[in-house]
Design a protein around this ligand. Structure first.
Ligand code: GDP
Ligand code: CA
Length: 337
């Protein structure tokens, strides 16, 4: 197995990728060649413009995590960050104050924005940024593709008694960062998704893969948006490669993040089985061949196998790269072993 394609969000996807690459590098993944290539198709529907800069949270989380530049405690942004730009902007009273850009991080957004202004598509900008972060660390073993070069934005409708309609629509980042996902999400609308086109290489990466992985990323606003790019879901359903996923819900709750709120907003049961059945078996019109759930959700395995999925219960907490590499090994084994 030489070509592995992963559909990734930010933190959950990045941690999984770290373990996957660790497993490939240490030769612990059954049947996976040590010089295997990992192609990451990353969600871009969280992207936003802030202070005139284009910020791509999920692309950057993957890039910084795999390039060892991430802040390990926060799980996003740069290690050893300082916040002078944020403080100075606040002194000017410039909004938004809730989205803080770190000083080191700002350099990434400046380079990205300048290249976009010069006419480069996001995919080429991402490739240029990754030359710094991915080449020295992983050699040629990993590449990062935005799901689309088009502008796609997740918006969340929340209740607002002060508005005449009784509701208000906010950008996903405002829901997550400013409101901390503390108010119920009524609906999720992904603006521009239906009109978007897959980024260069995205469909081929799925079609030509030896294995496609849905990591424990948010099933609605990360993997859901990637699958929503026209032709992507069809490519996953049709690829010759086995498709395996890992549950982002453990013991009935997301470990970190806001998958619970997002699943609730689209009416999906917040459980490992709920998410597995939401993706569905390829034999039944869905996108998965196999689904890993955590050990504490072992009682849900029969429901999933009954729906046509290969399923196993294994530890799914990404506590360190070794534990995560073991998850990746179990995923490979489930569908290819
Ligand atoms: P985001 O874009 O930063 O929100 O990151 P992702 O969409 O890639 O992943 C977020 C999801 O990862 C969360 O909603 C959690 O459900 C899941 N997650 C985080 N840590 C773990 C873990 O250790 N194990 C599992 N199984 N899921 C996790
Ligand atoms: Ca995200």
């Amino acid at each position: 197995m030489r070509n592995i394609t992963v559909l990734s969000g930010g933190m959950g996807g990045a941690r999984f990728l770290q373990g996957l690459l660790h497993g490939i590098g240490s030769g612990t993944l059954p049947g996976v060649s040590p010089d295997a290539w990992v192609t990451v198709v990353a969600n871009t529907a969280d992207d936003l413009w802030v202070h005139g800069l284009k910020v791509c949270p999920d692309l950057d989380t993957v890039m910084y995590t795999l390039g060892d530049g991430i802040d390990p405690e926060r799980g996003w942004g740069r290690r050893d960050e300082t916040w002078s730009v944020r403080t100075e902007l606040a002194e000017y009273g410039v909004e938004p104050t809730w989205f803080g850009l770190g000083d080191r991080d700002v350099a990434t957004h400046l380079v990205r924005t300048q290249m976009l202004d010069a006419g480069y598509p996001l995919s080429q900008v991402t490739e240029a940024l990754c030359r710094r972060w991915l080449d020295p660390v992983w050699g040629a073993g990993v590449r990062l593709l935005p799901m689309t070069d088009d502008r796609v934005e997740t918006h969340v409708a929340i209740a607002d008694p002060d508005s005449p309609s009784g509701r208000r629509v906010v950008h996903f980042q405002e829901y997550w960062v400013r409101l901390r996902a503390q108010v119920p999400a009524e609906t999720v609308v992904v603006v521009g998704l239906e009109e978007s086109t897959p980024g260069p290489g995205v469909i081929d990466a799925i079609t030509d893969a030896d294995l496609v992985v849905l990591p424990p990323s948010n099933p609605v606003v990360s993997v859901g948006t990637i699958l929503g790019v026209p032709r992507v879901r069809e490519a996953v359903a049709a690829t010759r490669a086995p498709v395996v996923g890992l549950s982002p819900i453990v013991g009935g709750t997301h470990v970190r993040g806001m998958a619970e709120q997002m699943l609730t907003s689209i009416g999906v049961e917040v459980s490992a089985a709920g998410v597995g059945l939401h993706y569905g078996a390829r034999s039944d019109g869905g996108v998965l061949d196999g689904w890993l759930v955590d050990e504490r959700d072992a009682d849900q395995v029969p429901r999933l196998t009954g729906a046509g999925l290969a399923c196993r219960a294994v530890p799914l907490m990404m506590t360190d790269p070794d534990a995560t590499a073991a998850m990746a090994a179990a995923a490979v084994q489930l569908v290819a072993g």
